[in-house]
Structure formats: C-alpha cells, structure tokens
Design a protein around this ligand. Structure first.
Ligand code: HC0
Ligand code: SF4
Length: 574
C-alpha cells in the first residue's frame, strides 16, 4: 500500500493503482475519453491529465502509477486549461454535425466538451477526405467522426482477439480501418459489433434499418410481425435512463404494439423450438456415433468466426438455424397457413441485441420457399430510437403481454438463452429428462452460470456421462477449440457465443459510458434480469411449452423430422 494526497485528501491504495484509480477510490472524478477499463489504457487523448507536485509536465492519470507521498492536483487552472485545449484539438479535426449525428446526446466527446465548458474551437484543423463505409449489412464506419482513441482497435484485437481494425497510414493521414483500408464487408469481420459498443463517438455504428421498418408498418397491405430476442428486455430500459439490467418486458411489448406492429411475439418461443431440435440432434449424434462435440449455432458472430478461423469445426456445428430465423420460417409457413395470410405479404422484423444478426438474416440459406425467414433486423438501440421517434413515453407505459395465439407461449428455458451458459442450461433441462426418462425437479444448473471465461461440467444423465463446455467471446472460444483440437479436452456438447457475456452484451445493446464501465459489470447486471424472469415463470422446460407441442402435433411431426429439417435447419460455408 502507498499513501498519497489528491486534492488535499489523503488516500491509501494498493501500489499497483494508477492515479485515476486512486482518485476514484477517494471519490474524485477525473474526466477520461480514450480510457476503457482493462481494454484501452494508453493515455492517448490526454484528457485525464493531472498535476503532480515536483513533476515538470502534466501526466495522464490513467497510465501513471501512484507512489508513496505523491501530491496531486486534479483540478488546478493549469490542468483545466490543458484538458480543454487537448479536447479543442480533437474537435478541430472532428466532423461536428452533432444535431444530425447518430450519437447526439449519447456521445462521450459531446459530454466532455460540455463539461469542460468549450464554447468555441480556436482553430479549424485541416480535415482529411473520408469516405463512409456502409457496404456491410451490419456495420457502418464513418472516419469523419473518428477521434483515433483506439478503443475499437484494442477491443477487436485484445478482447475478441480478431484484429480487424487498426491504425493505418501515418501522421496526419492516420485512420482506423481494416487492413489496406478495405471495407468491413471485405474483411473477415464477424460483425459482433463490440467495436461499436467500445466507440465513444459515432465513428462506428450499426446499419440503420429503421426507415425500412416504418415503411412496412405504414403499408396497409403488409402484415408486419415483430419478435424480440431474450436479451432486449434486459437492455432496452437503458435507452430511457433506467438502471443497467432493469427488466422491461411488459413495457417493451406495450411500446411495440403502439408502434403499430400487427403481431408481437417473443423469440423465446423459437428458443424453445431450438431446444427441441438441437436437443434431439445431440441425442441422435450421441446415440448414432455422429460428429461430436456438437457446438451451438445460434450466435451468428460465432458462426462467422468459425467459418473464417476454425473451418475444421464446421461439421461440429449444430445444423439448427438460430431461434429468430426458425421463428421467421414458422411465421411464413405454419402461422400463415393457420391465419390464412399470404406469406408474401408477411414482413418479419427481429429486434435483437446483435449487429451480426443483420448479416445472418440476409444469408441466402436463411429462407423458406424462396422467401426470407426474417426481413429486417433492428438492434435494441434502433428500437429505442423508434420509440423516441413515435414520442412514446416509455417510462409511463403499462405492462402488456405478447400476443398469445399459436406462437405466444414461452418457458424460462427460452429466456435464459440471452446469457452465456443459458442455451446449455436450457438444453440440459430437456436432454436430462429424455435420458433419465422421468421428470426432474431441479432445473437450475448454477454451475454453468456466470462470466468465467470457460465453464465446464460433467453430468451423469440416464447412466451416461455427458461432458459439456461453454465459451463466450471469440478469444475464449479460440482457447476452448484449441484444447479440443489438441485432444487435451473431450466434450459432447459446447455452447459458444460470439460476445463476452452472451447476447446481453451484444453489439446492438445500448451504449454504456466508459465511466460507468469502471464500476459495473454489465454482463452480470443484464443476465440477472433474465434469470429473474426465468425464475418467475411457471414453465421452465422447453418441451413443456404447450404451443410447441401443438406445433409438432399439427405441423412438424417429430423433432428433426423431414419437414423440421427443411424449415429449421441449415448448412454452413467452409
Ligand atoms: Fe440471442 Fe438467440 S439468445 S442469439 O443470444 O439462440 O441476438 O438475446 O435472440 O436467435 O432466442 C441474440 C439474445 C437471440 C436467437 C434466441 C439464440
Ligand atoms: Fe472486430 Fe467485431 Fe468490430 Fe468486426 S465487428 S471489427 S470482428 S469488433
């Protein structure tokens, strides 16, 4: 431990602390911009400058270690002026069209400018010609907004261990881009959107599909069906100022009905359907000597990662489409038939916490009878924008219920899909009963919850040993797959999600500022909301969902039947 003085307050902190951490410990708030805890601690923007007694120059507090007896000022005139001119310099090269910016009122650069009292930019820097890259279905890169903070670069490189984005060119021409300034659409980017979540400004954002959806809602000939992913309910409230992890299922449904969607369903129904298909696929592979370990296929970021980096595991992937794609396929067949609607006049919208789902839904395999399963994917953030555009007072909304006909039931197993370990837990609730041949009381598999990098368990089910593992984020996925490849580990079933934490922290979820991220683990808080919903539901096993039973009885036959294969399964590109 060391003792130091910050703004006349004595503080005792561990030796390993930076000045920024020590100040925080003392309740003193130092502004930051490029700093992102555990990801980007590089001292590049020089907004967190402080004055250290006896030192000649001001120091970046996010990288400067504490030492015994230090005397620090975080708020002297010198400090304030230096911070201000550093931000002015950033602004002089920045496209400052805040009013029309995607991050207006939700931008860390905007907040810091306001906090520092910047009223004019004393010099206009030369701006380089930039081109907006909006060629991919998922991500738009706008270099005119980029402040070269490196948060996205280090997220992709060190958190995901993919490394699509980097600084290219030198000096004045420096930009952040994929190698050779390629489009994101031509790079092996998995569209996880973690770079968007890391971006403090609007240099990276999702492809905006809001207008397309408004047009369909306004078209009286089109029957617009919307479905919401499990994780959206755990994030959407943040768009309206609610605390991280507030569960807003009922208000979300109310808002969707007010927006004018003809039907509002929960993707959870299809998550239950996925468990039926994937669970039986697993049982089949175990019983018939099929390819093991079987690996989940619901996270499209993970699927792209596998296709680019681990093609030798493609045969291990479950052939199941992801739940929202299954839902689309069922809406355009079973639902259309039962309700006597022309499937060509149905437009399916998925609200997802994910940017990769935009690309997934446009894959040519993701169709049924020549029609796309899902016609548009909006992120949680885009739904938040639609609600604001419609001037709906979200916080005042009464809770409403999802539509109940045909595809309306869902179980707790479906809800927990949105957190890492959830798909595995949901599968086990069903697979265990099939293998044991009886109903099992305890459905809580607590040992596979939580945010440990890799989670493993070995269970005895019906006298058989079933070994499972879970990885989330592509860095831990790579670690796990390497252990499987080398023979160090053997499993029957693996769950992989492209983002750390699972869908709750997907690339389409509301932005959380770097300041809040210093204190809160968003993965934990949002996951709590899902486990809470699971715990209060009466039905918590997918195979007990009455409408799923009816769907098989009336339409699909058995799990993995020929018809189920046609509509609900797919294949991948090597
Ligand atoms: Fe997920 Fe899904 S759980 S991928 O994480 O499987 O995006 O929330 O909707 O499709 O259900 C995301 C979340 C989904 C799907 C489901 C799965
Ligand atoms: Fe990297 Fe994911 Fe961003 Fe692509 S979407 S650049 S893989 S962080």
């Amino acid at each position: 431990k060391v003792t130091l003085t910050i703004d006349n307050i004595n503080v005792e902190v561990p030796k390993s602390y930076t000045i920024l951490q020590a100040a925080k410990h003392a309740g003193i708030d130092i502004p930051t911009l490029c700093f992102l805890k555990d990801v980007n601690e590089v001292g590049a923007c020089r907004v967190c400058l402080v004055e250290i007694e006896g030192a000649r120059a001001l120091q970046a507090s996010c990288v400067h270690p504490v030492s015994e007896g230090m005397v620090i000022k975080t708020n002297s005139k010198k400090v304030r002026e230096a911070r201000k001119s550093n931000v002015e310099l950033i602004l002089s090269n920045h496209n400052r069209e805040c009013l029309t910016c995607d991050r207006n009122r939700n931008c860390e650069l905007q907040s810091i400018s306001e906090e520092l009292g910047i009223r004019e930019i004393p010099f206009e820097g030369e701006k380089i010609e930039t081109i907006i890259d909006d060629k991919s279905f998922s991500i738009v890169r706008d270099p005119s907004k980029c402040i070269l903070c490196g948060r996205c670069v280090n997220t992709c490189k060190n958190v995901q261990k993919i490394g699509i984005l980097d600084f290219v060119n030198r000096g004045f021409d420096t930009q952040v881009a994929p190698a050779f300034e390629k489009s994101m659409a031509d790079a092996p980017c998995i569209y996880c959107g973690q770079c968007i979540v890391a971006c403090p400004v609007a240099a990276l954002r999702e492809k905006d599909d809001v207008e397309k959806v408004w047009d369909m809602i306004d078209n009286p000939d089109i029957h617009v069906v919307v479905q919401t992913a499990p994780a959206v309910r755990a994030g959407l409230g943040e768009c309206f100022g609610l605390p991280i992890g507030t569960r807003v299922t009922g208000k979300m449904v109310s808002a969707l009905k007010r927006l004018g969607f003809d039907k509002v369903y929960d993707t959870n129904f299809a998550a239950d359907l996925t468990i039926m298909e994937e669970g039986h696929e697993l049982l089949g592979r175990i019983q018939n000597g099929g390819k093991l370990p079987m690996i989940t296929s619901c996270s499209p970021g993970w699927i792209r990662y596998c296709e680019f980096n681990y093609p030798e595991f493609i045969e291990n992937l479950s052939t199941c489409k992801s739940p929202h794609q299954m839902m689309g396929a069922i809406i355009k067949t079973y639902y259309a038939e039962k309700h006597n609607v022309d499937p060509k006049k149905i437009f399916v919208v998925s609200i997802m916490p994910c940017t990769s789902k935009k690309t997934e839904s446009s894959r040519s395999e993701m169709n049924v009878n020549g029609l796309r399963d899902v016609d548009a994917v909006l992120t949680t953030r885009e739904l938040g924008k639609m609600i604001k555009q419609a001037r709906i007072n979200f916080l005042e909304l009464e809770d409403d219920k999802f539509d109940e006909d045909l595809l309306g039931d869902y179980t707790g197993a479906g809800v927990i899909f949105g957190a890492t370990g959830g798909v595995m837990e949901a599968a086990l609730r069903t697979v265990a009963e099939v293998l044991e041949g009886k109903s099992i009381e305890n459905v809580d598999y607590k040992e596979i919850r939580g945010i440990a990098d890799i989670k493993e368990a070995s269970l005895t089910l019906g006298g058989k040993e079933v070994r499972i593992a879970i990885a989330h984020g592509t860095a831990s996925a790579a670690k796990l797959l390497d252990m499987v490849k080398s023979g160090e580990r053997e499993y029957h079933f693996i769950e992989i999600m492209g983002c750390s934490g699972g869908c709750v922290t997907g690339g389409g979820q509301p932005h959380v500022s770097a300041k809040i991220l210093m204190d809160v683990d968003v993965r934990v808080e949002r996951a709590k909301a899902l486990y809470e919903e699971d715990a209060i539901l009466e039905l918590r096993k997918s195979h007990e969902n009455p409408q799923i039973k009816k769907l098989y009885d009336d339409f699909l036959g058995k799990p993995n039947s020929h018809k189920a294969h046609e509509l609900l399964h797919t294949h991948y590109a090597a």
